[in-house]
Design a protein. Structure first.
Length: 208
């Protein structure tokens, strides 16, 4: 899906629906972290008006999604609690940082945008699986509609990050897509590793 090289096991969604509360809690934290990441990116590049506008628009939408998930948690009587460590996002950033050394600041910006695109792509894939799994379950009708709406938003965010990466690379889309392919390979290997360790696809998490 999108640029992903390793698909999530279809059984993940079935298992995740057995603990919907945990999925929603993780989802809420992911939305808040996505908003924070977008604002961080905007803050680092305040002179770039187009990027700042794109990132603040994205952050606003992520906060709206967070509020929607929070409302669902309140309805279900679930406390959000402190955010857990996101092993997937942290490790993905660690494994991809520094691989552009010697290529200039623009390459670092491209990589950060493409890593964000990969995270959005994985979210989109997971929401699609959740929506499909929830569709035949009457009590999950509202969640099916919500996740269907969200997967479209994540796909749009993915395209935003890729387009911004192309812009940061001076319009060289071929180079950006080639770099995205490399980083997608790193992401796929990480997803497999987390699954083996029981920290990814075996748990009710949006990423990993």
């Amino acid at each position: 899906m999108l640029c992903l090289k390793v698909p999530t096991d279809a059984a993940w969604a079935t298992a995740a629906l057995r603990d919907v509360d945990a999925v929603l809690v993780d989802h809420a934290h992911c939305e808040m972290k996505a908003a924070s990441n977008a604002l961080s990116m905007a803050t680092r590049h305040l002179a770039d008006v187009e990027l700042v506008r794109a990132m603040t628009d994205l952050a606003r939408e992520e906060i709206e999604h967070f509020q929607q998930v929070l409302a669902l948690l309140v309805e279900r009587g679930v406390t959000l609690g402190p955010p857990p460590v996101d092993a997937y996002a942290a490790e993905l950033r660690r494994r991809t940082s520094g691989t552009h050394r010697g290529q200039g600041d623009a390459a670092a910006v491209v990589d950060r945008l493409l890593v964000a695109a990969l995270i959005e792509a994985r979210s989109c894939e997971r929401f699609k699986l959740l929506a499909e799994a929830a569709a035949p379950v009457p009590e999950h009708a509202a969640l099916h509609a919500f996740w269907t709406e969200l997967l479209a938003a994540e796909a749009r965010h993915y395209r935003t990050f890729v387009d911004l990466a192309e812009r940061a690379a001076g319009g060289d889309r071929a180079a950006v897509l080639a770099r995205l392919d490399v980083l997608a390979g790193v992401e796929g290997a990480l997803v497999r590793e987390l699954a083996r360790r029981g920290e990814g696809a075996s748990r009710a998490t949006i990423h990993g």
